[in-house]
Design a protein around this ligand. Sequence first.
Ligand SMILES: Nc1ncnc2c1ncn2[C@@H]1O[C@H](COP(=O)(O)OP(=O)(O)OP(=O)(O)O)[C@@H](O)[C@H]1O
Ligand SMILES: [Mg+2]
Length: 304
Amino acid sequence: MAVGPGCLAGKLASRVGADAAPILAFDGVAKRYGTLQALAGVSFQVNRGEVVCLIGPSGSGKSTLLRCANALEGIDAGRIAFDGVGVDDKATDVRKLRRRMGMVFQNFELFPHLTVLGNVAVGPVTVLGMQRNAAAARAMDLLRKVGLADKAQQHPAALSGGQQQRVAIARALAMQPDVMLFDEPTSALDPETIGEVLSVMKRLADEGMTMVVVTHEMDFAKRVGNWVVVFDRGQVIEQGPPRQIFERPTVTRTREFLSHLGWHGESLATEAPLVERQATAGRDSFEAQLIPTGSGGHPGADAP
Ligand SMILES: Nc1ncnc2c1ncn2[C@@H]1O[C@H](COP(=O)(O)OP(=O)(O)OP(=O)(O)O)[C@@H](O)[C@H]1O
Ligand SMILES: [Mg+2]
């Protein structure tokens, strides 16, 4: 299916990583569940070093696309290429492919019987065959990176949701992936812990990690994303740089979706003063930096 105004993509020389082959390319991807067309010809690409945010209404196919990208689901038509190789190709070693894609879900899915350190070190030991000491050292480095070195010996149950999600990010990073796929990483979190997870994700982006992020956090998409892809009913209805999508969307459905979330181009065009969503002591300041005055926060909170 044509990407419509998203074709603008090809004309923008400034897109991050455009000088090299994309790490992920979706070309006419279709996926059915019975009679339901979950993906109906999705085409877009993810360049190295880009943060690509996938937004769109519930049921529009965003999670399905991520599952197809790392071969958790097969596709019915089209092609998905990872680093130039077809995900569906017979010769593709799916386990090797998945190792190169770090996946972070809404529900962190940590191993409850392992310590925080154990959760991060277990993949490199069991999958990559790394020595235990080396894996533990790498895990500690990553826990430091996500601000949780002091929790290394705790079990997940003793951590807040935001802390558990940061462990899940460290666990994915421990496999040294080429790309990180996030599926609504903050939507199961209490508002006061959302900021600390977004902060870690922003730092990753600043370090040049290639990221695909399904999110309802429009502030994040606008300020951290390099490229935004708008889904609706299994199709990409628009794609482009955040300023285009959030300030000058060319497709009516995009405007409707954003305004449903309380977003209006006018308020974004002027850099509104920033306020904290909630005055929570000790919280990372990133959320505060992200939330402009008048923003409604998570869409679930203010949907009509
Ligand atoms: N395993 C499945 N079996 C049958 N239908 C499915 C399955 N997974 C997804 N679907 C359907 O496919 C469509 C796309 O679902 P998907 O989960 O990809 O949407 P989404 O954009 O991620 O939505 P949300 O924002 O609510 O997470 C929906 O209609 C959903 O009900
Ligand atoms: Mg989803």
